[in-house]
Design a protein around this ligand. Structure first.
Ligand code: GLC
Length: 422
């Protein structure tokens, strides 16, 4: 299985970055790259560092790291650079994605065989990742709540999650021309977001574009401002992990600042806990209400060093969900009316999210659930190969095929399982 996973990664390798998969996603994506680097690190450490270094070579001056980097022209994806118009030398999108690079860098750094190379690369990345984290707390938390908002569903990485439905219904669609969707010719339209959702995605892009992509304006100008516990959990974890790398490299100022960001975020995350749902929930900042949607975003927060009793409750909740489907962790609660088993982030299982949940639960001492989640990942691959995502009832492979980050997670998980067995 590992050999097959490496072949998938090599096939999608474009030298200094990887594409998520052929066809559907022909450029570099932000959190795909950071997570894929974990896979590379097991068989090609220099290549792992290159993946993340390339990503940060396209960081904006204000600190943002964009969600897509359009390294080469390819009309197989919409919306392309002509829609974003961010004015970058190498075109990029104008929004960001879950900041998992701090976590990835610590993991690759600490287990590196070539420690001289690791020190050199981590030292160069450290201030850049820190600047990105600071950018979040400046630009996406102007009221200093300790929690950052996303201003476009694509930033969450969970594009069409049920979580966004109500907030998204308030987004207009006027002025959006005909869509030129390409995703539906690469993948089954039944498994993809709807045209109505796409119009709103594009409306937001046009709104931000009209403000010249000036991040000091975008948060307040966006009618979509949602605080996602999963996203914040990833940011908190990355700040905490970056503090560890900074300490190891003698960069005490970055270490202290990163630790403080993580602590403040952790304290604020508590405000998103829902005792009724036994998990965290999103918060609609634009109208000041909790979003009553039991999605995987509220379980993914366990990637952060949350209080042990919260991790224990989330672990129990995942075991309860496991009674309702054959493979955990579905991206939405299967007993909820909006659950849609095969539609992208509204039900299917994604290996990257599973890996992060398993990792967080392991750290919190929830070993049994962590192992169950990882075992289900391996069962999915056995059944259905390296798909983009999977049906939680029958392992149906969905979306794109031969997926880079799916393969990277398999390499990670096989390694963890081997180390445990030894
Ligand atoms: C989809 C996913 C997003 C991912 C991208 C590339 O947009 O929702 O999380 O980064 O594809 O794989």
């Amino acid at each position: 299985m590992k050999t097959r996973a490496i072949a998938v990664m090599r096939n999608n390798d474009r030298g200094h970055y990887t594409v998520p998969t052929h066809g559907l996603y022909p450029f570099q994506w932000n959190w795909d790259s950071a997570l894929s680097a974990l896979g590379f690190a097991h068989f090609d450490e220099p290549r792992a560092w290159t993946e993340i270094t390339t990503l940060f070579a396209h960081q904006w001056d204000d600190g943002m790291v964009p969600h897509i980097i359009f390294h080469q022209e390819d009309d197989g994806y919409y919306p392309g650079p002509d829609v974003w118009q961010t004015g970058r030398a190498t075109p990029t999108s104008g929004i960001t994605q879950p900041p998992v690079a701090g976590f990835a860098v610590r993991r690759i750094f600490e287990r590196a065989k070539d420690s001289a190379l690791a020190r050199e690369k981590a030292k160069a990345l450290l201030p850049k990742i820190h600047a990105w984290h600071q950018w979040f707390y400046t630009m996406r938390d102007p009221q200093k709540t300790g929690l950052v908002a996303i201003i476009h569903p694509w930033e969450s990485g969970r594009d069409n999650a049920v979580d966004w439905d109500e907030a998204f219904a308030r987004i207009p669609t006027d002025g959006v021309g005909p869509l030129n969707r390409r995703d539906t010719s690469h993948a089954n339209p039944e498994h993809r977001p709807t045209d109505e959702q796409y119009k709103r995605y594009i409306w937001l892009v046009q709104r931000f574009r009209s403000l010249g992509w000036d991040n000091s304006k975008l948060h307040d100008a966006s009618p979509f401002q949602v605080v996602d516990p999963g996203f914040n959990g990833i940011l908190i974890r990355s700040c905490a992990d970056l503090a560890m790398v900074a300490t190891a490299l003698g960069e005490t100022e970055i270490a202290t600042q990163s630790r403080a960001l993580a602590d403040r975020g952790l304290a604020a995350l508590e405000t998103l806990w829902s005792a009724d749902h036994a998990q965290y929930l999103c918060w609609d900042r634009a109208i000041g209400t909790a979003i009553d949607s039991p999605s995987i975003g509220g379980l993914l927060a366990s990637f952060a060093p949350i209080p042990p009793q919260r991790a224990a409750t989330i672990s129990t909740r995942i075991n309860a969900i496991a009674e309702t489907c054959a493979y955990v962790v579905p991206s939405h609660d299967p007993t909820h009316p909006a659950f849609d088993a095969l539609r992208y982030w509204r039900g299917p299982v994604w290996l990257i999210v599973n890996f992060m949940i398993a990792n967080g639960l392991q750290n919190a001492g929830q070993t049994g659930t962590s192992e169950r989640v990882m075992q289900d990942c391996i069962r999915l691959i056995d059944e259905s190969g390296f798909a983009e995502y999977y049906g939680p009832h029958d392992a149906e492979p969905c979306g794109g095929d031969q997926f880079t980050w799916t393969a990277a997670m398999v390499i990670e998980i096989l390694n963890i399982q081997r180390a445990k067995a030894a």
